[in-house]
Design a protein around this ligand. Structure first.
Ligand code: NAD
Length: 298
């Protein structure tokens, strides 16, 4: 692996984090977005990230500034990727936007450049042809708050070259991630293949009146030793995301999900209880009951 110059395309929530983490670990990062306003917003996000790296990781001011100085920002795609060994794409989760982007990228990027998508729900094979270089394309999926939640799911599509797969795994480790290889395509990768059904099972127990969130979480925590139960996890994910997933399933005609979407909306979202970020979801923050020592014995 000989990557030095990395481009991150799309500098929103995840793109800013991926770009900054990569620069923090010593790579030169060119950031691409559609216009200067989007790039200015990215710079603001990164200014906040610098503080988080100091608070959460104990990074020095010198280190966080040096990372920023390894970054450049550009809204001209060809110029941004001119020296890129790897382009990590973190643009909106919309098939048409990503397809157009890969067609253009495939034309202007150097022939040897590797492309990776951070898409959460779309499979790399959907875009492999558009890239014009399917063997040099795969998924590299990060989690939100990348500097703390440092998973990198690296997923092949059927046409990805094995050497490229191995190189990207090495790169992921070099930027401080725990690399988690997926040899085949899987919607939801590993994490969401486990987490989404688990969280849904808990919500259905609640919907059917079998038990309440605290009892369900307590069961899971005591029986498995896990630090959080499904409803505590849902507070971190956000009730709006759970609602969006339930609504999409309801629209696809899957039985029971219309009732679940309705419950989440009327009992939680409409009451402003959308998760730990706003101080209340299934629990009240900053001191949720599930962290109280009494919770597990009572
Ligand atoms: P976001 O909306 O915060 O950012 C998207 C960025 O892409 C914006 O800055 C926007 O200006 C830019 N953009 C729009 N069209 C573009 C184009 N044609 N070319 C280049 N840039 C363009 O989105 P996000 O939450 O950062 O998500 C981006 C990708 O990362 C999605 O594929 C998503 O599935 C994935 N992802 C998100 C999360 C998350 O928690 N937010 C976690 C893992 C993966």
């Amino acid at each position: 692996m000989n990557y030095k110059n990395i481009t991150v395309a799309g500098s929103g929530v995840l793109g800013s984090q991926i770009a900054y983490q990569t620069a923090f670990k010593g790579f030169y990062v060119s950031v691409y977005d559609i216009n200067d306003e989007a790039l200015d917003r990215a710079k603001e996000r990164i200014t906040k990230l610098k503080l988080r790296y100091q608070e959460d990781l104990g990074a020095t001011e010198e280190e966080v500034n040096a990372a920023f100085n390894r970054m450049s920002f550009n809204s001209d795609l060809a110029k941004t990727v001119a020296k890129a060994d790897l382009v990590i794409e973190a643009i909106p989760e919309v098939v048409a936007i990503k397809t157009d982007f890969y067609k253009e990228l495939g034309k202007v990027a150097p022939k040897q450049t590797i492309f990776a998508t951070n898409s959460s729900t779309l499979l790399p094979s959907q875009f492999a042809l558009a890239t014009g270089r399917p063997e040099k394309f795969l998924a590299l999926h990060f989690a939100n708050e990348i500097w703390l939640n440092n998973t990198a799911e690296v997923m092949k599509h059927p046409g990805t070259d094995m050497e490229v797969f191995d190189e990207v795994i090495t790169f992921a480790k070099a930027i401080g991630m725990v690399a988690l290889p997926l040899q085949k395509e899987q919607p939801g990768y590993i994490l969401n293949s486990l987490l989404v059904p688990f969280l849904e099972a808990a919500q259905i127990l609640l919907l059917n009146g079998i038990s309440d969130p605290e009892t369900i979480d307590k069961t899971w925590m005591i029986a498995t030793g896990a630090p959080k139960g499904p409803f505590a996890i849902l507070d971190v994910v956000g009730i709006t995301t759970a609602y969006n997933i339930a609504s999409a399933k309801a629209q696809a005609g899957i039985q029971g999900f219309d009732k679940l979407a309705n419950l989440l909306k009327t009992e939680y979202i409409d009451k402003g209880k959308i998760g730990n970020g706003v101080g209340e979801g299934f629990y009240k923050y900053p001191d949720p009951y599930y962290l109280d020592p009494e919770f597990l014995v009572g």
